[in-house]
Design a protein around this ligand. Sequence first.
Ligand SMILES: [Zn+2]
Length: 299
Amino acid sequence: MNLNELQKLDELLEQFRSMKLHGSGRLGAALKKPLLVLLLVSRIENNRVEENRFHFDEIEKQLERLIREHGGRPTKSGPRPEQPFSHLRSSPFWILNSQREYESGTTALVSDLRDPNSYGAFQPKVYQLLRSSSDARARVVDSILQEWWPETLHGDIREDLGLDRLDSQRRRQRDRQFTIDVLENFRYSCAFCGFHAVLNGQATGIDAAHVQWHAYRGPDDVANGISLCKLHHWAFDKGILGVMDGKRICIADVFVAQSDGGLPLESLKDHTFAVEPRNNAIAEQFLDWHRNNVYLGAA
Ligand SMILES: [Zn+2]
């Protein structure tokens, strides 16, 4: 990329980061726009786009599935992929060409969006940049993932979208002190299963997880941290595992294990923590947030 393109890219990343998300504050609704942008970039990356015209009916089903899969706890109204497709027009990088005129803030009719003459498009310079530079695409994907999802879920989302190869290796610098405090608080063990292992003198295979996601203003505070092994960290971020009454582990009904293969998760059902925090309990407000926004079972 030349200097001009780099400046354009920085501007664009800022526009993506400041996408106005759905006002309800619910994760499921809020993540629709970022999922749509990731899907559009993945179509460019995987050579499925011939020109700067994205027809709703070509991506509708996939977007709906992405919202179900990665959009957090489902909302009552369902995935409604037409919402992000319409409302992205409030951002300067997206143009919606529909057959009717809509006032700002209203969702376009699905029948209108499915009309062969309707389409969405990136602002031409944005399209040019995304089309011509795989580095630009990599940075956009990184930036969006880091802004809205915890790192444990990035691999799943990338894989789902065929974006595995696009990884510019830029990681958010996390507060190291948070990691140390949380791991010490749980004796370098998984709070759920007690997993504790040392490799070359160092605790291994465990993470300091944010209960309220970092991307959702969850603070780097030990009261918002839980030490978990890799599997249980993933299941907690995915919403398969949750915590009730401060320390009872629950598992979402929608999770279905294949034969005994699900035992590492299912055996936790209704157990209390294998390792209790040493000094600082997890604050109830963060567990509340997780139950209401991430956990897939009855909250
Ligand atoms: Zn564990």
